[in-house]
Design a protein around this ligand. Structure first.
Ligand code: ADP
Ligand code: MG
Length: 603
């Protein structure tokens, strides 16, 4: 007898096997259904999930809807309205095109679809179970489509077993929804977990959406990118280097509105940030790439996350330029090292009449101006620094001209590029690339901030003990603030003693605070805190450090000598992030020579 062992698999089994590729977990069902809604032109899409999507996934859209024959066909394998020919495949603009999703979902769940086209008076409802024939009946419903996916994998226990807890599955779905919200700014998305509304974001700008998902604080630190390079349009948001994250969770790439993974493009972004971020911190970004669909292949993977560009190198270069260009525009791009001369040393005289050699910007006493000067050591490796205390150091008696008198080696002049102070606000000098301007206040703020912060971070505060305790009379309101901030002030290096009279005495101040400014800075800090109160409890100290840097820094209008400017530039150069102040304002700007030449019509 002829034995036949080969047979054609029944459709439902084929679909179930295929379903393994397209539908791996509730998250993939959400993805497919939302993509269908987007392809149908929906402007509002509401997603509700129950039991991490295992019990129910419900997606409602206001898209074009389906006719009765289309409704019957849509759950067949390879049934699609989006693709007819091979040429179509190469210029696909829709998110779906394989015609597999609904068939796969139908093979592993109880599926219900309600749908109505605008032109139809009545809609239709389809009910399907994996092994039976689907039923279609007239149904009164809104224009658009609603899909209910119930009991996913109920008929495939092996798959069900692989699902994670409801919470984990839910989180994966939420991540998926996040990508849609960022990928499709013109569509309203409503997302519910059973009866809890997680978000309802109206159509709008990417920035607003970003804020709705990640909060205003982060959103305000995002820089807009908009750039067309080599036939690619790149737009979106990139994070200020100071809001980098310890992992890659806040990074999103979209190609023609489709969320993608692409090592090369991510690498291009990292390259642009290279010198701005420490190892182990990652930039935040939401970047859209728009390109002619014929130039990319999205058909590499069933889920279409992996894509290939016809010219990968060009895509890399375009992305690098877009991000670099934006960082540069915000003055965050690294500039060439600043040359410098020497520190702004002045001789100051203490109350006792002793002369000290003081760095006028920082208040540091660098070396005794004369032998025999009394020094007070304040522990650690910075013993040479003392404070003249009580504000005496503010009186500058002699200004030492650059390099003169002091050929001690310590202040030996180095070949200097000249620099000028402009409007008592900016420092101007020239480099091989162009004219460079630094905002003196912002630059000093940066320098001080890093010093304060570092001292605080390593917890070697080495507070600068004052020679004489400084009595400070405070109003009742200020006293309350001092008590509230006691720990934080202490952590920063402000050491206060409570006096029986109810007043306070300042016995030490942060080491890098210019001497003579201790009391005033403390008062300004209290006032600023009272006014602005930072919203996040954990960051009070950081806020105070940034504010202190701002208060203690030289101001616009302060006259600086060339030596002082040189020293400031030198200190700036040693900063970890010299290009922005702690509040994100630029420190350095440059007018490139090409621009100058263009202005003079020499090119
Ligand atoms: P694909 O999206 O790859 O075409 P699907 O299996 O996801 O395959 O969907 C099959 C077809 O069903 C689609 O091509 C579309 O015509 C129709 N369809 C699916 N979902 C919707 C919807 N929400 N609104 C209108 N039509 C839909
Ligand atoms: Mg689809």
């Amino acid at each position: 007898m002829e034995e036949q062992r080969i047979w054609i698999l029944p459709d439902f089994l084929v679909s179930q096997i295929a379903a393994g590729e397209v539908v791996q977990r509730p998250e993939s069902v959400v993805k497919e259904l939302v993509e269908n809604a987007l392809d149908a032109g929906a402007t509002t899409i509401a997603v509700t999930v129950h039991g991490g999507g295992k019990r129910l996934i419900h997606v409602v859209d206001n898209g074009c809807g389906m006719s009765r024959p289309d409704l019957l066909l849509c759950i067949q394998r390879h049934a699609t309205s989006k693709l007819r020919s091979l040429e179509d495949l190469h210029r696909i603009r829709t998110l779906g095109f394989r015609g597999e999703a609904l068939a796969s979902i139908a093979a592993v769940s109880q599926l219900e679809i309600r749908t109505r086209r605008a032109e139809d008076a009545v809609g239709w409802r389809l009910l399907s179970e994996p092994e039976g024939e689907p039923r279609v009946e007239p149904y009164a419903c809104e224009k658009g489509t609603q899909v209910f996916v119930r009991n996913l994998f109920y008929n495939v226990p092996a798959r069900r077993k692989f699902l994670r807890s409801d919470i984990t599955e839910f989180r994966l779905i939420a991540d998926m929804m996040t990508r849609f919200v960022l990928g499709q700014p013109d569509v309203r998305f409503v997302f519910n977990d059973e009866r809890t509304l997680l978000f309802d974001v109206p159509p709008g700008m990417l920035q607003e959406r970003f804020a709705a998902l990640f909060g205003d604080e982060l959103a305000q630190r995002m820089l807009p990118v908009e750039c067309c390079v080599e036939g690619l349009r790149i737009w979106g948001l990139i994070g200020h280097p100071e809001v980098s994250r310890p992992s890659r969770t806040h990074q999103f790439l979209f190609l023609n509105r489709r969320w993608i993974r692409h090592k090369g493009l991510s690498h291009a972004v990292y390259t642009a940030y290279e010198q701005l971020l420490d190892a182990g911190s990652y930039p935040v970004f939401v970047l859209h790439i728009e390109v002619d669909p014929e130039e990319v292949d999205v058909n590499v993977h069933p889920q279409k996350y992996e894509v290939r560009f016809e010219d990968e190198q060009r895509a890399f270069t375009a992305m690098l330029e877009a991000v670099q260009g934006t960082l540069r525009q915000y003055h965050l791009a690294p500039t060439v090292a600043v040359e410098f001369a020497h520190a702004p040393m002045t001789v100051e005289r203490t109350r006792e009449g002793e002369q000290l050699l003081v760095n006028r910007l920082t208040g540091e006493i660098v070396a005794p101006a004369r032998p025999g000067l009394r020094q007070e050591s304040v522990g650690g490796g910075r013993g040479e620094r003392i404070s003249a205390g009580g504000g005496a150091a503010r009186h500058i008696l002699n200004r030492i001209p650059a390099g003169a008198e002091l050929a001690s080696g310590l202040l030996a002049p180095t070949p200097a590029v000249r620099c000028w102070q402009i409007r008592r606000t900016y420092i101007l000098w020239e480099t091989a690339e162009g004219l460079r301007l630094v905002d003196q206040h912002v630059a000093h703020e940066r320098v001080l901030y890093e010093r304060f912060r570092q001292a605080w971070e390593v917890e070697q505060r080495l507070p600068q003990r004052l020679l004489l305790p400084l009595p400070i009379a405070l109003s009742p309101a200020e006293r309350a603030l001092v008590e509230e901030l006691w720990e934080s002030l202490h952590a920063m290096g402000f050491e206060l003693q409570r006096l029986p009279s109810g007043d306070y005495e300042l016995t030490a101040a942060p080491a890098d605070l210019p001497s003579g400014q201790e009391e005033q800075t403390l008062r300004e800090l209290l006032a600023a805190y009272q006014e602005q109160r930072p919203s996040i409890a954990g960051s009070v100290v950081e806020w105070l450090l940034a504010t202190m840097a701002c208060k203690a820094a030289v101001k616009a209008g302060d006259l600086l000598t060339e030596a002082e400017m040189q020293a400031l530039l030198q200190q700036l150069q040693e900063c970890r992030l010299p290009y922005v102040c702690p509040h994100g304002r630029p420190v350095i700007v440059e007018l490139p020579w090409e621009e100058v030449e263009r202005l003079f019509e020499r090119r």
